[in-house]
Design a protein around this ligand. Structure first.
Ligand code: ZN
Length: 689
């Protein structure tokens, strides 16, 4: 029997004890912490003393923080060093935690205690951060249905259950329809134009089925190269049609048709909104976002569309001309545009990703990234020894004038047992405790190629420019978490930041990857040691905004469609979803898909992901990040570099340090001295007037 006192998951005194933690520690630690938390909550529910921050919010934060930290370690390990034992421990305990957090979100007694605290005389004396925490709690209890009477609460719970069932079914249908499809091509002559690695993999997929020839599916890495490279127009049309109709009434099997599910989901969301006292689901979605109303979002999108339209029309005209003159395609169709675009891109900006990659060895990229951070935010970053979960993981500390600010783990390489993608996660958040300041700790995780050994010599890993952008992006989230100066847990770092503003620091950091000054210090050719040559840099910049007008309009089309579906829509009108989509396309699209296109039937972001009435967040946050970055570009004019400590200090103080302690708009306005403007985003995409 394991002794609770020796369970390393219950040791909160310092950094996680990665070398001691074993799968068998998970269940006892989580059970112990859940039991403890339930005891604390029970006491807080029944508390009859005047409620105060110290006797109510603080003990609640203490107990839930421990649970979140211990479970955070388990979740992190499950993502980066998955083993059958750990996965089993993770899955066995996950349900207990979901149940706990759901019950906490609907706990009427706690909600009432928050209301008492809000009405108390103490509230007026509290810091802005604490007031914000209480406002957020009241908002979230209300949105969780805590305020409804018993009958409505039951209906609310039913709706949640049903939505969760239908959205799961939606994505299963998309997946089944995707998996079921196959296009078998026998003659390699029909596949002219496709790169060797694509052919190779299509061949091995066919072989796995015991077939000869080349098998293509509707999975992105399979069908997209077909659209991009196949010279055979008939084949492109075949796979385009299959992909554009999957999981619809025009698709392969009626049981995978998502039409009815889409209607039911929209109807239930509307009912949920009505129960909670809102006119429509778009309003519910925006309560916890920076955008204020569906009208404001629509206006934003329509304005952006108006500005992007001439550029998109120009992109399209050039593409049509090119297709006609160089490819002999007189009537460019939906299945031709990807192919023609790729050919045009190759012709215009002759350089390869592979060539560029040779200039970005790992040590140079990391040093270049740290140089940017050091220059902007006046901090030092140094390697520190700590226990980790894998020998390749590095640990660093961030200090200013010798004083510890935060620490982070950097896990760069892909390996077996590690989940794909790149992300930032918190291991510990900043807060003030009885013992002083608890400094924040972050996990920064990527999946890049590791160094290879050639003839006994270790060659440094090299990164593509996209990967360099990725690491800057994740460090933007990391800085938001690590440089915070907020003393209260629930709004320190990225906690409590509005969903449509959370990508501000991350997208902001990406911009530095396109600066000559930054790149010169961040590149050294693996063979020659030479930094990035100017002609290659110029080609990169020229290619950056290829067809950005068309791409912008496409994002707006998705965003407007999403907003209008969740705004005041007569969901029972015949064929309403297609009608709304057609109207949106009439208004904004220049490259209009064919009438059989049923993209909405696999629009998982809004029908099975978390983006319902929120797809606009991508563009919304980009306005903020581009406009914030423009302040650094302005500094370049007077200071000769975008790495301005003067502006960096302001960005740090007004945006990074305050975290979620005030509305994102207030932070942005404090930084920029005005509300956000769309101009910088247009300029960065080559769409300035
Ligand atoms: Zn991000």
């Amino acid at each position: 029997m394991l002794n609770i006192e020796q369970n390393p998951l219950l040791d909160f005194s310092g950094l996680p004890r990665f070398s001691d933690i074993k799968p068998e520690h998970v269940a006892p630690a989580i059970d112990f912490l859940l039991h403890e938390a339930r005891g604390v909550i029970e006491e807080l529910e029944n508390q009859t003393l005047p409620v105060s921050w110290n006797n109510f919010v603080e003990p609640l934060e203490d107990t839930t923080e421990k649970l979140a930290r211990a479970w955070g370690i388990v979740g992190h390990l499950n993502a980066v060093v998955d083993t059958p034992e750990l996965r089993a421990a993770y899955n066995d305990n996950q349900g207990k935690l979901t149940e706990f957090w759901t019950a906490l979100g609907q706990n009427l007694a706690l909600y009432q205690q928050y209301k008492r605290l809000h009405a108390s005389s103490e509230y007026g004396q509290m810091s802005a951060a604490r007031q914000k925490i209480i406002q957020n709690a009241l908002r979230d209890f209300k949105l969780g249905g805590a305020e409804l009477d018993a009958e409505k609460k039951a209906r609310y719970a039913e709706i949640q259950d049903k939505i969760s069932e239908l959205t799961t079914k939606f994505s299963e249908n998309v997946l089944d329809a995707t998996n079921h499809y196959e296009l078998l091509v026998n003659k390699v002559d029909d596949l002219k134009g496709l790169p060797d690695d694509v052919l190779q993999s299509a061949k091995s997929v066919a072989e796995k089925d015991g077939k000869s020839g080349y098998k293509f599916t509707l999975h992105f890495p399979s069908y997209f190269p077909m659209l991009q490279y196949a010279e055979n127009r008939q084949l492109r049309e075949t796979i385009y049609r299959a992909n554009a109709t999957k999981a619809s009434e025009l698709g392969s099997k009626p049981e995978w048709d998502n039409s009815e599910l889409i209607h039911s989901i929209l109807r239930l969301r509307k009912e949920e909104a009505t129960l909670l006292g809102y006119q429509n689901f778009a309003e519910v979605s925006l309560v916890s976002k920076m955008a204020e109303s569906p009208q404001q979002v629509s206006q934003f999108l329509e304005e952006l569309a108006t500005r992007a339209r001439p550029f998109a029309e120009n992109d399209l005209a050039q593409l049509r001309d090119f297709a006609r003159e160089e490819l002999g395609i007189d009537d460019m169709q939906a299945w031709d545009s990807t192919y023609a675009s790729e050919k045009l891109r190759e012709k215009r900006y002759a350089f390869s990703e592979q060539e560029l990659k040779q200039y970005f060895p790992e040590h140079k990229v990391i040093a270049g990234l740290f140089r940017v951070i050091r220059s902007l935010f006046d901090v030092e970053i140094s390697v520190e020894q700590a226990e980790t979960w894998h020998p390749d993981v590095q640990f660093y500390r961030i200090t200013r004038e010798g004083k510890l600010i935060g620490q982070f783990y950097l896990d760069l390489y892909a390996r077996n047992g590690k989940r794909g993608g790149a992300w930032m996660d918190d291991a510990r958040s900043r807060r003030r405790t009885a013992d002083g300041i608890q400094t924040p700790v972050a996990y920064l995780t990527c999946n890049f190629n590791e160094p290879i050994i050639v003839d006994g010599i270790k060659k440094p890993a090299t990164f593509s420019h996209d990967e360099v952008i990725t690491i800057f992006h994740e460090f933007g989230h990391g800085l938001h978490h690590l440089l915070t100066q907020v003393d209260d847990l629930s709004v320190s770092g990225i906690s409590g930041v509005e969903w449509d503003a959370v990508e501000l620091p991350s997208q902001f950091m990406e911009n530095f990857c396109w600066e000559w000054d930054v790149l010169q210090h961040m590149t050294a050719h693996v063979e020659t040691g030479e930094s990035l040559p100017r002609p290659l840099f110029d080609k990169m910049i020229a290619a950056k905004n290829f067809q950005s007008g068309l791409q912008t309009l496409r994002q707006i089309e998705f965003s407007l469609f999403d907003m209008r579906l969740h705004d005041n829509l007569d969901i029972d009108a015949p064929n309403i979803v297609q009608t709304v989509l057609d109207q949106v396309r009439d208004e904004v699209a220049v490259l209009v898909p064919p009438p059989f296109n049923r993209f909405q039937h696999s629009f998982g972001h809004i029908f099975s992901g978390g983006y319902a009435a929120g797809y606009f967040s991508y563009k919304w946050a980009e306005v903020l990040s581009a406009d914030a970055y423009a302040a650094f570009e302005e500094a370049m004019a007077s200071e000769g570099s975008t790495l301005s400590r003067r502006i960096g200090e302001k960005f740090q103080r007004e945006i990074l340090e305050v975290g979620g302690s005030r509305p994102a708009l207030a932070s942005f306005t404090a930084f920029r001295g005005r509300e956000p403007k769309i101009d910088a985003l247009l300029r960065h995409h080559g769409m300035a007037a």
